[in-house]
Design a protein. Sequence first.
Length: 114
Amino acid sequence: MPPVVPPFLVGLIVAPLAKRLLKPLVRGVVKTSVGIVMEVKKAAHEAGENIHDLAAEVAADMVAAQVASDEHHHRAAESATPNGEKEDESVHRAENEARAPKIRATAGAGAKTN
């Protein structure tokens, strides 16, 4: 019958060997994982910047198109007046007020005042 080795003696011998072998392996896995996370964060940040730039370009295009459309309508309205007369200022004011967004009075209705 082979000699019986107590488990704690096996642990005393195997633990330092496992530490020497597993520490570099675990360290490499962690280092690689951190590198991957950093690359993903960088790519996500760049994608966010690209989306922000694209949104800004689209907004600028929409504003430019709206300004061009407003100028076209204004020129058409001026050319439609008989004998080159200018329209009444109250008509322009009414058009501008109709285009302005309405502000709702309910925005602060539930707020408490001290």
